[in-house]
Design a protein around this ligand. Sequence first.
Ligand SMILES: NC(=O)c1ccc[n+]([C@@H]2O[C@H](COP(=O)([O-])OP(=O)(O)OC[C@H]3O[C@@H](n4cnc5c(N)ncnc54)[C@H](O)[C@@H]3O)[C@@H](O)[C@H]2O)c1
Length: 257
Amino acid sequence: MMLKDKVVVITGGAGLLGRAFCHAVAENGGVAIVAELDQRRGEEVASQLNAKGLAGRAVFAHIDINNHASIGRVIKSLSRRFGTIDALVNNAYPRNKRYGRKFEDVALADFTENVALHLGGYFLATQQFIKFFRKQGHGNIINMASVYGMIAPRFQIYRGTQITMPVEYAVLKAGILQLTKYLSKYLRGSNIRVNAISPGGVRDRQPVSFLKAYSEFCLSKGMLDNEDVCGALLFLLSDLSKFVNGHALVVDDGFSL
Ligand SMILES: NC(=O)c1ccc[n+]([C@@H]2O[C@H](COP(=O)([O-])OP(=O)(O)OC[C@H]3O[C@@H](n4cnc5c(N)ncnc54)[C@H](O)[C@@H]3O)[C@@H](O)[C@H]2O)c1
């Protein structure tokens, strides 16, 4: 029971990584707060976990990380219900409808909107949780970054597919890594830790040609499954990483080497 009774808020909790994270938290003795914009999918994840013999270990909370009042409501209702919130996992993936275009096709308005939605959303949620964590005297924040916040894109692996590495993503993930370092230092002496996870790509019905090109950069498995990132999350949430702070844990089967 690595996370015995720890209350962990996972934004984007119904997404590809989020649902695996909620599962891992609940299975390891924590209470997973499936904090989601998509109410139907969020409730589904929570009820699936509760039905799996993990009753009371998963709770849905409707949240929009781009809305100040919505974040405040979640903090208030969880703190009333549980008396504590132990951790925030910034894992939501907001983007607008025109996200994912090639560099030349990205309008400035879309560039700024997507950076504001994602990096700005992580900032907004973090800012409000920190205020709460300071009051309760402890806290733990884990930011989902990416290897593409660290290295230049490997554009060649996208050849012949509709997929690209959006410029906004590279820029905002680099921003999230720097935000992580900034806050860990800013929060010196507050008993609040801030770390990041930088995963490589996660398998999600990508074309076979892409998976093959991707795996040529890897050391054993190639593109990972969502459960493969959970160990890093559990470590950073647990007291095993008590003195790990301002760190970005890379989970990518060597892709970024
Ligand atoms: N999937 C990958 O290959 C991969 C690799 C590296 C890093 N990451 C990062 O991991 C995180 C999760 O990625 P994913 O692939 O699971 O994404 P996903 O798109 O599968 O899930 C994201 C979830 O966020 C929710 N969401 C969107 N806007 C929201 C908002 N404003 N407020 C609350 N929730 C909102 C969506 O409804 C969705 O359920 C992201 O930060 C992503 O950049 C993903």
